[in-house]
Design a protein around this ligand. Structure first.
Ligand code: ATP
Length: 301
C-alpha cells in the first residue's frame, strides 16, 4: 500500500491531505481501488460545526444505477450522543459510513452535519470534523511518534504525548528504549493488534474531531484487549458525537440509541433493553451471538 503512495510524497500538502483521506477510508472500508467521484461545488464553504449533530434525511443510494442499496433512510445522531448502527451482513451499515465521509453522494435525500448539507461544503472541511477509528489499523514503517502525528503537521511534542496518554499507550511507549523514536512496522517493532489500534486512536485524538466514526468490524483482538480498548474509546468519546458501525452487539449494548438496519431500511430502533423487549430482529441477533459466544467458550475449554 505504501509503495502505491510513495510517489505522492513529493507533491506537497494537497496530496498529503488527499492521501490521509484515502488512508482513513482504506483502513475503514478497504476500498483503496474505488474512484473518488464526488467534487466540491464551486465556491463551496467550509463546514462549521458548533453542535455536532448528524442527520440522514430520506437518503436513497446505490453503488450501481440498477441496484438501490439504501431505500430512503432517515435517522439522527444527537450532539454528544453515542449511537450504533447494527444489522445483518449486507444491510448497508458500512455504506452509511462511506456516505457520511462523502465518498459518494446520495441519489436523493440529504445528509446534514450541524444543519449543513455535506454535499455543499468542502470535502476537506468535512473530513476534518470526522475521526475514524478503524479496527484494522495501517501503520507506516516509520517511528511510533510519526505514526501518531501523521496528518497533523503542526502537532508539537506535547500534543503527541497527550494523545498517546489519552489513547492509553504512553506508558508502553515510554518503556521502549527509543521511546517515540522506535521504528515500527515490517522492519521495526511489531505491534499487537491492540497496540496498533491505540496508535490509531492517538492519531485520531490529535486530529481532535467533534464526530467519531467507529468501525467495530472483524475483531482480531482477544476479549480482554477488546474490553480495554472499549474502555479507552468510551472515555475519548465522552465529549464527542459517536456513530459506531457494529458487527458484534456485545460492544455497543450500552449505546444511547441503537438503529437496526435490514436490507437498506431501518427495521427497529431503541436502547438495548427496549430492543430486547421488542423481541424482533435485534433480540434474535442478540440470542444468536450469545449462543455463538457460548459455543466458542466451550470449544476453548
Ligand atoms: P457487513 O456487515 O457484511 O460488513 P454492511 O451492512 O456493512 O455488511 P455494506 O458494506 O454497506 O453492508 O453493503 C451493502 C450492500 O452494498 C451489499 O449488498 C454490498 O454488496 C453492496 N456494496 C458494498 N460496497 C459496494 C461497492 N463498492 N460496489 C457495489 N456494491 C457494493
Amino acid at each position: 500500500l505504501m509503495q502505491l503512495f510513495r510517489p505522492l510524497d513529493m507533491l506537497g500538502w494537497v496530496y498529503r491531505t488527499i492521501r490521509q483521506g484515502l488512508i482513513d477510508m482504506a483502513q475503514m472500508f478497504r476500498l483503496i481501488d474505488t474512484e473518488i467521484e464526488v467534487k466540491d461545488a464551486p465556491g463551496a464553504p467550509a463546514l462549521v460545526v458548533n453542535r455536532p449533530t448528524v442527520v440522514f434525511d430520506d437518503v436513497v443510494f446505490g453503488y450501481d444505477r440498477d441496484r438501490e442499496i439504501l431505500h430512503g433512510l432517515s435517522f439522527e445522531v444527537p450532539a454528544g450522543g453515542h449511537v450504533a448502527i447494527v444489522g445483518p451482513s449486507g444491510a448497508g451499515k458500512s455504506t452509511i459510513g462511506r456516505l457520511l465521509f462523502r465518498f459518494y453522494d446520495p441519489w436523493s435525500g440529504r445528509i446534514l452535519i450541524d444543519g449543513q448539507d455535506i454535499a455543499k461544503v468542502t470535502q476537506e472541511s468535512l473530513r476534518k470534523q470526522i475521526g475514524i477509528v478503524p479496527q484494522d489499523s495501517v501503520l507506516f514503517n516509520e517511528t511510533i511518534g510519526y505514526n501518531i502525528a501523521y496528518g497533523r503537521d503542526d502537532a508539537g511534542q506535547d500534543d503527541v504525548i497527550a494523545a498517546a496518554r489519552d489513547a492509553a499507550i504512553l506508558r508502553f511507549i515510554e518503556k521502549l528504549p527509543k521511546g517515540f523514536d522506535t521504528e515500527v512496522g515490517e522492519r521495526g517493532l511489531k505491534l499487537s493488534g491492540g497496540e496498533k489500534q491505540r496508535v490509531a486512536i492517538a492519531r485520531t485524538l490529535l486530529k481532535n474531531p467533534p464526530i467519531l466514526l467507529l468501525d467495530e468490524a472483524t475483531s482480531a483482538l482477544d476479549t480482554r484487549t477488546e474490553q480495554d480498548i472499549l474502555t479507552t474509546l468510551r472515555r475519548v468519546s465522552r465529549h464527542r458525537t459517536s456513530l459506531s458501525i457494529a458487527h458484534r452487539l456485545s460492544t455497543i449494548a450500552d449505546s444511547d440509541l441503537i438503529y437496526v438496519m435490514h436490507e437498506g431500511r431501518l427495521a427497529e430502533q431503541g436502547s438495548h433493553t427496549e430492543l430486547l423487549r421488542k423481541d424482533g430482529l435485534y433480540a434474535e441477533m442478540w440470542a444468536r451471538q450469545a449462543h455463538e459466544q457460548e459455543a466458542l467458550e466451550e470449544a476453548a475449554e
